[in-house]
Design a protein around this ligand. Sequence first.
Ligand SMILES: Nc1ncnc2c1ncn2[C@@H]1O[C@H](COP(=O)(O)OP(=O)(O)OP(=O)(O)O)[C@@H](O)[C@H]1O
Length: 733
Amino acid sequence: MEGQPTDPTAAPAAAPSQAARVAGLLQQLTRAGALRTLDHALAQSLRRLDPDTPDAVLAAAALALLAVASGHAGFDPSEPQRLVDAAVDWPTPDAWRDALQASRWVAMPDAGDAASAADAPLVYEHGLVYLRRYREYERRLADGLRRIGRALPAGLAHGGECPDVASTPGVPAGLAPLFARLFPAVPSPAEREKVPPTGADERAPVDHQSRAAAAALGHNLLLVTGGPGTGKTTTITRMLVLLVAQAREAGKAAPRIALAAPTGRAAERMAESVRTAVKALPALGVEPALCAQLPTTGTTLHRLLGTIPDSPRFRHHADNPLPFDVVVVDEASMIDLPLMAKLVEAVPDGARLVLVGDPDQLPSVEAGDVLAGILSAARSATDDAAPDPAAAAPVAISAAAAPVDVAAAAARADTSPARGRGRAEGAGDGALPSAATAPNFPARHIHLTRGYRQSASLDLAPLAAAVREGDSATALSLLRSGELSGVHFHEGDTNPLQSHRDHLLEHWTALADGNDPAEALARAARLRILTAVREGPQGARGLNARIEDLLAGTRRGAGPASTASRYFHGRLLLVTENSYRHRLFNGDIGICLRDDGGSLMAWFPGDDPHNPRPFHPAALPAHDSAFAMTVHKAQGSEFDAVWLVLPERFNRVLSRELVYTGMTRARSVLHVAGSADVITEALARHAGRWSGLGWRLGAGADASVHDTPATVDGTMQGSLLIRSGSPASGTNR
Ligand SMILES: Nc1ncnc2c1ncn2[C@@H]1O[C@H](COP(=O)(O)OP(=O)(O)OP(=O)(O)O)[C@@H](O)[C@H]1O
């Protein structure tokens, strides 16, 4: 108030203070229906314990819990509208930070790798508000990954033999002939000598598959990524042969190898691909004795770690590590933060961990986006180490790069002062650590880009590439052109159950034709409707209800006798929660069939794909129908024919990762039903998550809050999050 006298002793404040403005925050969120009962209950219990707790802190606690349910590791108070799009009078980030820093409920650890105080349920770190348990998962995961990556592989341990890298870069001389047989595209030393230094081989495409295998010989933590059919499993199989041969060279027993994946179906697919790749090895001149050492079966991560009935803990952990020397995990993009933390802690000292996945797929359903965080740090390791070719992790061991002493490179990674566990300056008050003090991350990452799978019936690659890049003009033009074999665009059709009723019903009624559960489960995988959302007219729930009504009206046995009977011969079921007691997990698919005695049982795949396990339907954990399912739930599975049904109007759950993941579930035929506008809007958005894992692992500041997938050699597949968009909502998955 200009011109008015001021009383220096008066309390400041004519305008309402920030604290007063935020006073009604929790109430506003509740009124807007933004919080779940659980979120609200957490805030209320803190208020009961300390009635003076500011509203901003109570709201931050509720939103941190909501963020986890929406797939984030923590909550970012600088962008609350990404989590809640209701009209709310949000506090400024500064006001929020001040309230959090002053609160007894909020811990601010001294450094990213320091445990947080056990008596504070919240942690405020590096700009994110975490529930303490999730911050600890992140910290433990980062610690575990560094432990694995820093250890030298058994063959390279001190006193062990250092590989002779003169013949094939990164590959010991004794393994060079086998390496050349496994990767015939890599020129032999003699061939290389014939080519002038600036010759054609320098311009030849880099064989990333051989790089990945060579990297595994010298490093314990390996990330192999790529889209469908880029040869990830083929590469892993050949890499495992090399590891077996490496052990034999060193006079040691063959390594104990585990193949695992987050879901049973994904584990089964991986084992199937490994078996196929192994069968091709003798033709390359690989000794059958080496092939015989490779695993022929895969397992779920839950089975690998050993579930304990009615407990989230596993039998294997840091004090009772897994009895394996090499753990290969497929579909790593699906693994959430708690599970990845538990897996990494259970990997024994000195063992190898190989994470395989497609970084362009949707992040895990549960909290995390772990793979993206790890990749962002692996990429940063490349950039940071630029002057030292040996330390330029992912390209160090390369047919095209200068020879590298892998043991020395690994040792340097372990001892360089810049890579120690220095305290991250300012990390305790939400500031960024300096790049110099951020611990470096000793992972090796190879991204495979060349597609090898030739499907006569489905030409998906150009469309998948356009979707991945967010290029909606090209994607729509390809869809409309009709020139991609096996790809059908039903533009503007949001009701395929009506427009293609007979074709679809024929598939589902056929499920009820036999009594053999294994056969019926295999048949069920031939076609699936995939949706972006769970609720609404194009949501999985509504479509399943309509399909069951349609089946009830058919005369071929399938379908409920009445709409009141929930279980019927031929009903497909989708488990929606983990049940350690049943050994049934979120995403498992089963089928209801009558057994010989006429009783209706629900059959789910078991360890042996030929012998599904029967359950009484009333005894099952939470489940839905599975004729239609969300893309999120279909991750890790493939179907011969996929109908990707997009919502009529844009929904915040849509993203290019969702469309890409949905499309790439198809093996032979892809139908896309939706409008051009919705596709365009979906491709403009990324499914990013709030996470501090990249920062914790030593990635640059940019990777701190929104970890994004990255890769090496400049082959990055796009990746900036669209900050104005909203992240995927947990309620639709
Ligand atoms: N270097 C190669 N040369 C020739 N064919 C290859 C090569 N690598 C892989 N393939 C073939 O490409 C196909 C896909 O390979 P693979 O199953 O290893 O890919 P993937 O990336 O694991 O696929 P997905 O993501 O679907 O599991 C297989 O038929 C395999 O034999």
